[in-house]
Design a protein around this ligand. Sequence first.
Ligand code: HEM
Length: 431
Amino acid sequence: MNIAADSQINEAFVALSKAYAGNLDDPYPEYRKLREQCPVYRGDLVAEFGVPSLVAGREGKRDVFCLLGHEVVKKALMDSETFSSEIYREAFAGVMGDPVILYLNGDEHRFHRNLLTQILSPAALKDMTDRHFIPTIRGMVEELASRGRAELMADFILDFPIRVIYKLFGLPNDDPEAMEQFSTRALVMVLGGMIDPSKPEEAQERFANASKASEELFNQILETVKKRRAEGDIQGHDLISQLLRFEKASKTFSDEEISQVLRPTLAAAGETTSRGFANVLALLLERPEMLEQVRNDRSLVPIAINEAMRYEGSVSVVPRITIRDTELAGVKIPAGSGVNILVGAANRDPAAHEEPEQFKLVKRKNQPLSFGFGAHMCMGMPLAKTEMDIALNAVLDLLPNLRLDPQGNYEGIKGIQFRSPTSLPVVWDAP
Ligand code: HEM
């Protein structure tokens, strides 16, 4: 596998997808069978499916439990004092620096959540959407329109959330090479968190590459922060401007602190959104009559997005470690256990959704858990949904009669921790 830090974005994505693919394309029947027996599974299903498991620990020796039912999943995600996200620190500290919101708790976590709530405010997102995100995303699709054929993963989907983040941060995006480096580094950084105890050498190489990529990202952001501060260029709704302006109870941020707030946000925002959008589009392309329905009635766009995030969310497993003894559905879980919270399985629990195994263009009673729940619930959900909405409308407007390429090698949605197609070959009627 090519895991060189300077590999191109598509190569890095394919490598990451392969490493996470596991040995089962469709894990849902297995989830259903096990959930019917008990919503808590003793053992590490993720590792049993052939995927490097974060929760078992670097030595692979920790007791592991998997949560499959909607109720137990919600309970665990709401109880962050028992089911701690500290586990991420094992995978990412040393790669993504400190602090990283995802593994903070208590007051420090509250401070960072309030900060992100403020800088990702609806007003800021609306302004950035109108001025930057819509032209950026539609512009990318417009560039493709005359071709009539594309592999949309490589040609559009992997890139657009990174370009959005570029704009959101306020980085200069007039340098395509720097932007491509930025995208690739973001993926290589995420790749470093994967641990396969049976392959220590590969894990070490990945970790070294990820640390290097992460440091380069940090410096890339830092350079702009310094420049913008020096030039007093801090008026906009972009995050660098907002963080440079930030002042609260005598707290201001140094250039390095600003770079550190942004680096993990990038890791959270890129690949998750690419895979999420790929799933929306793939599910519709697999059902041409539904795609047509959405094309003709755009009020169905947000419904299709929400339903795709339930039926095939891009994040399917959320890791935790228990920091005290606990019990769920009558199963005792000792302190120090690794827990795989299978949000993807919970999203198909008939106790929460009618006909959960059907992909339907309807509003569901319960929200999907694909953006998490409770203290660490995704802070970028409104942004991710906005991006996917713009992208789906752009594709429907600008690529007439879009369909899967019969000569392409479309293999469907796969993966255990992350789910998505690795490629999306399509054709359309070019003008
Ligand atoms: C479809 C796209 C996305 C999906 C499926 C997704 C999913 C998730 C999930 C499941 C979590 C919770 C993890 C846990 O509890 O362990 C999370 C947290 C987070 N997400 Fe997203 N995310 C997406 C897009 C974004 C975007 C665009 C941003 C950009 C701002 C973002 C920023 C964050 C942050 C900052 C957190 C940490 C919140 C905390 O720890 O309090 N996400 N995301």
